[in-house]
Write a protein that binds this ligand. Structure first.
Ligand code: FE2
Length: 422
């Protein structure tokens, strides 16, 4: 069985199809309706148009199915009360697990089919939102048995049964604004990325208070995910005139607000700005894609069981350095951050220094060694590490094609924290 992301034609077309300058290809900009603020799930009278006006207008049956997990169940309860007050009948399914295992997704789809909702509401972090997206596909399309075969070029014809609302409880993945989802095929020991424009949720409901309980380490990890999405979204050849300013804004906001949210999780203004930054970054990379931070980070995270955001954030300096051989778009990031330089080389040095100091400020080590990976462990898993990174779908959108030998060299350099000089 060949997964959709193993198709060489897609690999060649992806960067072209997402940018806007190629005749004969269509770029689709698909963004959810966004509700932002502390009062989007009001429990009292509201002034002006409300979230409920929109939801009720679009969902005639008024039957909601909430997908969540044990951590976010308390926020799901608030969403449920709001929906019930608006006349929805609500069923909550609180059994999602980290990494969205396929068998759990299948269980969720089964419960969804029994409920027959016309509104699916995902309340949780990336795994919950991704599980809900995948279960939604199985609910809408019972004829689909292999999620990994769905190509971005297929017509899925979703929304015949239900719309999807995403309510994030972390500020990082951006899944509330993207058509991407990652599920875990536990039998094949493989992460399966899904990418389809129809998977962009209909509604993204951003409640800053839902992110207040994230501990500092999770705040840092999820925030670095935002930064990795946004920096890759600037330098990828798939960037376009709409995604680029959004990505730059997400970078500016993350540098400004993440340290405050990290230091004080109860800082509501910082939480508000970071949940926005995550969605802005999500809109940007959801359309233009991200690249090598995620190829290396996916591999590191899978092999050494490390947090996604921390793993992808770790590879920001290496990615910027490796790609600077073929693009000087890092200068756009420099300008956004107020880093003045005489030439692209000087800009790169300044930007990498700024990113490293940011990582240190957030408690992220700058070498794989300092991440606690022993030399023996690193050596024994090295081939897998390289293979996973080189085969990763996000390599498609790198401005600089990368070979397996170069992946290997990046990992070797990253172990000791050396600058990429090739
Ligand atoms: Fe990510």
């Amino acid at each position: 069985m060949a997964y959709w992301f193993e198709n060489p034609t897609l690999k060649a077309l992806a960067p072209l199809a997402l940018s806007t300058s190629i005749k004969g290809l269509t770029t689709i900009i698909n963004i959810p309706t966004l509700f932002i603020g502390s009062n989007v799930f009001p429990e009292g009278p509201v002034v002006g148009p409300s979230t409920m006006d929109t939801l009720a207008n679009r969902c005639a049956k008024k039957k909601a199915f909430i997908v969540t997990d044990e951590f976010s169940n308390k926020y799901a309860a608030k969403a449920a009360r709001f929906l019930q007050a608006g006349g929805f009948t609500v069923e909550t399914w609180p059994h999602c697990l980290p990494e969205a295992p396929m068998e759990v997704v299948a269980e969720c789809a089964k419960a969804m089919k029994a409920c027959e909702p016309d509104l699916i509401v995902a309340v949780g972090g990336g795994s919950v939102m991704d599980s809900a997206k995948a279960a939604w596909v199985l609910y809408e399309r019972p004829d689909i048995t292999e999620l990994g075969l769905i190509s971005p070029l297929d017509k899925l014809n979703l929304r015949k049964k239900a719309l999807l609302a995403a309510v994030p409880t972390t500020s990082g993945t951006g899944s509330e604004c993207t058509g991407a989802a990652v599920v875990h095929d536990t039998a094949a020991h493989r992460k399966i990325p899904l990418a389809h424009v129809e998977l962009v949720p209909d509604f993204a409901i951003l409640v800053p208070e839902f992110t207040l309980s994230m501990p500092p380490k999770l705040t840092a990890g999820t925030g670095l995910d935002v930064l990795a999405h946004a920096m890759d979204a600037v330098t990828t050849p798939a960037a376009n005139e709409i995604t680029e300013p959004l990505a730059l804004k997400a970078i500016e906001m993350t540098f400004h607000w993440l340290p405050r949210a990290y230091k004080n999780g109860q800082d509501r203004e910082a939480r508000h700005r970071m949940i926005l930054a995550a969605s802005i970054g999500g809109i940007a990379f959801g359309m233009s894609g991200c690249h090598l931070t995620h190829s290396f980070g996916h591999s590191l995270g899978a092999v050494f069981n490390l947090h996604h955001g921390m793993s992808v954030g770790f590879f920001l300096p290496q990615t910027l350095q490796f790609c600077s051989r073929v693009t000087d778009k890092h200068l756009l990031i420099c300008r956004t951050l107020g880093l003045e330089s005489k030439n692209p080389e000087e800009g790169l040095i300044q930007l990498v220094a700024k990113v490293r100091s940011f990582l240190t400020q957030l408690g992220v080590p700058l070498t794989l060694k300092d991440l606690g990976i022993s030399r023996a462990d690193f050596d024994s898993k090295f081939d897998t590490l390289v293979k996973f990174a080189h085969e990763d779908v996000d390599c498609y959108l790198s401005p600089r094609p990368i070979t397996a030998a170069q992946c290997a060299q990046v990992f070797r350099y990253a172990y000791d924290g050396r600058d990429i000089d090739f």
